[in-house]
Design a protein around this ligand. Structure first.
Ligand SMILES: Cc1ncc(COP(=O)(O)O)c(C=O)c1O
Length: 372
């Protein structure tokens, strides 16, 4: 056992933060208002717009990704209105639960976990439910490492005149995502995954079409997570404190540093780097007899689901990696997969080819009798 060795995070968030980015957290805390501060905050918003690929509005709320998703759904769809929700994993199910929580009429577009939701399914559902006000989907379904084809679905949703709401918690900054070009009206992410920053903030993008729905939503839905409130403060307090409550200033500055790094490296270069690492991992996994759970055609550059060895519950491998190797990987999520697969997250800009080799070496040394 090497229990005093620091634990290396290879989970799908939170991720290891690059050292010089993390160092920003240790600077003296800044006030959350004032001209100088607001300039730094607004720069961060502009950087986020580049990563979202949007010219729409972007907000940065204090909260985890779920808070952002909650805000998108609750602000834009009125109680009693219909929403179609793609459910092919744990987080798709969560979207449906959030929508139910707002009293929306939820139509679940169910698909077997581990398979993407086909555009044809959404097209058919929109045809059957012409009164649907919105379609909500997860981009990268982290529970099964599946990417839903939202770039094809977006135009279908637009054609039907519905809002397109996307959970990009584990995709923004890690796989291609073009908010404006793909017709996404509301998109919520989180800082602790592919954006390479600590947990605590949720960036949200809002299109002009979404604003029409949000401003017309007169059903009660709280205050903090109402995007209408955030818009008002961004306008009224633009140069001083463009949000309704105290923001997490140290987190914002750290995010700003990580976004600068991302854009300096170049989005495309970063995404290709992740892809190469994923291929290296997949090749190595096959060589050690723990093949990837999904085929290479469905490769996700930032997350790899892996089949546990025959007869061994996946949790045993996860525990071995943490206890003995001090590498934290993630179990499968959901009843169907939790014993069969484990997941390796490589969604941090800090991950290198050597890290992938270390994980492979550590996995290769697993034996079912490691506790003996
Ligand atoms: C796709 C997806 N959606 C939502 C969430 C929830 O995000 P948070 O824990 O930041 O609220 C996660 C977290 O892993 C996720 O992967």
């Amino acid at each position: 056992m090497i229990a005093d060795k620091p634990l290396k995070l290879m989970i799908p968030g939170p991720v290891e933060v690059e050292e010089d980015v993390l160092a920003v957290m240790a600077n003296p805390v800044m006030p959350h208002y004032g001209v100088a501060w607001t300039k730094l905050f607004n720069e961060t918003i502009e950087l986020l717009k580049s990563v979202f690929n949007t010219e729409g509005d972007v907000f940065l709320m204090v909260g985890s990704g779920t808070a952002g998703i909650d805000a998108c759904i609750g602000s834009s769809v009125r109680r009693g209105e219909k929403i179609l929700v793609g459910v092919n994993g744990y987080f798709g199910d969560r979207l449906a639960i959030i929508a139910e929580g707002y009293g929306l009429q939820v139509v679940r577009l169910e698909r077997e976990w581990g398979t993407p939701i086909p555009a044809a399914t959404v097209k058919q559902a929109l045809h059957e439910h012409p009164d649907a006000k919105a379609v909500a989907m997860v981009h990268l379904e982290t529970s099964t490492a599946i990417v839903n084809p939202i770039e094809v679905i977006g135009p279908l949703v637009k054609e039907a005149g519905a809002l397109f709401i996307i959970d990009s918690v584990s995709s923004l900054g890690g796989i291609p995502l073009k908010v404006d070009a793909w017709g996404i009206d509301l998109c919520a992410s989180a800082t602790q995954k592919c954006l390479g920053a600590p947990p605590g903030l949720t960036p949200v993008s809002v299109s002009s079409t979404a604003w029409e729905a949000i401003l017309a939503n007169d059903t009660p839905h709280g205050w903090y997570l109402d995007l209408k409130v955030w818009r008002q403060y961004a306008i009224d307090w633009a140069d001083w404190e463009p949000y309704p409550t105290t923001t997490a200033t140290s987190n914002v500055l750290t995010l700003r540093a990580s976004l600068k790094r991302l854009l300096e490296e170049g989005l495309e270069v970063r995404l290709n780097r992740y892809r190469d690492l994923a291929l290296q991992l997949r090749q190595g996994l096959r060589e050690i007899g723990m093949p990837p759970y999904t085929p290479d055609e469905d490769l996700v550059p930032v997350l790899t689901p892996v089949c546990a060895p025959e007869g061994v519950p996946a949790g045993e491998v996860v525990e071995y990696m943490e206890q003995v190797q001090r590498i934290k990987i993630a179990p499968g999520l959901g009843e169907a997969l939790q014993d069969k697969i484990f997941r390796i997250g490589h969604m941090s800009p800090a991950v290198t080819s050597e890290d992938i080799e270390d994980v492979l070496r550590a996995l290769a040394s697993f034996t079912p009798s490691w506790r003996d």
